[in-house]
Design a protein around this ligand. Structure first.
Ligand SMILES: [Zn+2]
Length: 433
């Protein structure tokens, strides 16, 4: 299907610019009424712009029915729409495009919403029947038309919306369902009826009739092992709650999008997996601002770990464009263990330092202007902490620069973990800057 535009008023001399655009995507088409310039022209004449409520209601019903149909036929993506007064969006299966354009045209020009309502009725699916209580086998071609897999995932989403557990299984030509209502979902819905308008419990207390079909046992799903089981009991307890995880992500994010926090937490805890195709010889890699981009990207990914953990505004590695030399020899050392980067030091060379004796009460001492490597940040993956890896990294920095460990300079403020490390490496005091 090709994209096209239909002018509502065909007369080219007309100044009425309202038009309908049909934009096909892979599985369906969007049918959009564009009233944008029309609204501007009407407002300049002082005319009311809002669309009538029954117009919007009819559009909503037609759109919801069409979205259900398209999902039912296997579409897994999302829909986007606006709802007037400047744009009115509908979606349609390709075969419904003509009827949808016509319904929108009549609604807009003649204020006749019956064709929109007819589309909603014609596309409506018997979802309530599918989700009725009781064990049933729904047959493809009899009870539904899409593929069993697509139908089952459509039905699961609908069941979840009603708080139901579907207990569904797709076979070659059918789908077995036994919708049940978990006690917790019943409670939530009865406590907040305003959030679930029209919801009625049809499932609690439903007794399966003796001639109900028997689902063939295929094993593995554990379905039959729960027959006749007694529901678990719940209690409310005061538990210690904290908002942030030690990795720096919000614990609540686990519910929002499980994977974001889990992936980050695994990296923070076990180290960042070295990308395939990166040739890494030895244990420690020295990445400069002139290294190949894959190395600088890896340094950046590692730098995001301490950035998140300690809520810094900026990562300690940001050189992600063309290779460029820096006057202070900015660099990162990456330590690899078992194909993961588990240690990181960002450092550069400077020549303004003061002496400090580790004592919180002491002021900074003598100034010193010799060129020293300065630690900007040290990070070690969580499970590798307290194993001397920080000390190894500082020694590597000193060796690489060609000085003693005690000559290294530490950027202030030195974190608590940094102070412990500094005291262990140079008990007589350190250089700070
Ligand atoms: Zn975490």
């Amino acid at each position: 299907m090709t994209e096209r535009t239909i002018h509502l008023v065909a007369d080219p001399s007309s100044r009425d610019t309202r038009k309908i655009r049909v934009r096909p995507s892979r599985q369906f088409a969007t049918v959009q009424l564009d009233r944008d310039s029309y609204v501007d022209a009407e407002s300049s004449r002082g005319h009311e712009q809002d669309l009538p409520a029954d117009y919007l209601a009819a559009v909503d019903r037609a759109r919801n029915a069409a979205m259900d149909r398209i999902r039912y036929e296997g579409y897994r993506g999302t829909f986007y729409w606006g709802n007037g007064p400047r744009w009115v969006d509908l979606c349609a299966r390709f075969r419904d495009v003509e009827a949808t354009v016509e319904a929108l045209r009549t609604a807009e020009l003649e204020h006749d919403y019956s064709k929109l309502r007819a589309i909603a009725e014609q596309l409506a699916l018997p979802i309530d029947g599918w989700l009725a209580p009781g064990e049933r086998e729904l047959i493809r071609g009899v009870d539904f038309d899409s593929t069993p897999g697509a139908f089952l995932s459509f039905l699961r989403a609908k069941a979840a919306k009603s708080g139901l557990r579907l207990n569904g299984r797709a076979t070659a030509g059918s789908v077995w369902v036994r919708p049940t209502l978990p006690a917790a979902q019943k409670q939530i819905r009865e406590m907040f009826p305003g959030q679930h308008p029209g919801w009625v419990d049809r499932w609690t207390g439903y007794v399966e009739s003796d001639d109900a079909p028997t689902r063939p046992w295929v094993g593995g799903s554990g379905e039959d092992l729960s027959r006749g089981a007694i529901p678990v009991q719940f209690q409310q307890l005061e538990t210690l709650s904290s908002d942030t995880c030690p990795c720096g992500m919000r614990l609540r994010d686990i519910g929002d999008d499980d994977n974001v926090h889990r992936v980050h937490h695994a990296d923070w805890s076990l180290g960042i997996r070295v990308p395939k195709g990166l040739d890494w010889w030895g244990d420690l890699a020295l990445v400069t601002t002139q290294s190949p981009i894959s190395w600088r990207r890896l340094a950046h990914r590692v730098a995001r770990m301490p950035q998140r953990e300690d809520s810094y505004d900026f990562p300690s590695w940001s050189h992600l464009s063309e290779p460029e030399a820096t006057t202070d020899n900015y660099r990162a050392y990456l330590l690899k263990v078992d194909e993961c980067v588990i240690g990181y030091v960002a450092a550069h060379d400077t020549n303004e330092h003061r002496r400090w004796d580790h004592n919180d009460e002491s002021p900074y001492g003598d100034e010193d202007d010799s060129l020293r490597p300065r630690i900007i940040l040290i990070w070690v993956a969580d499970v590798y902490r307290h194993r001397g890896i920080g000390a190894t990294l500082v020694r590597a920095l000193a060796t690489d620069f060609g000085c003693k460990v005690a000559d290294v300079s530490w950027s202030t403020p030195v974190s608590a973990a940094g102070r412990r490390l500094a005291r262990r490496l140079s008990p007589d005091g350190i250089w700070v800057s």
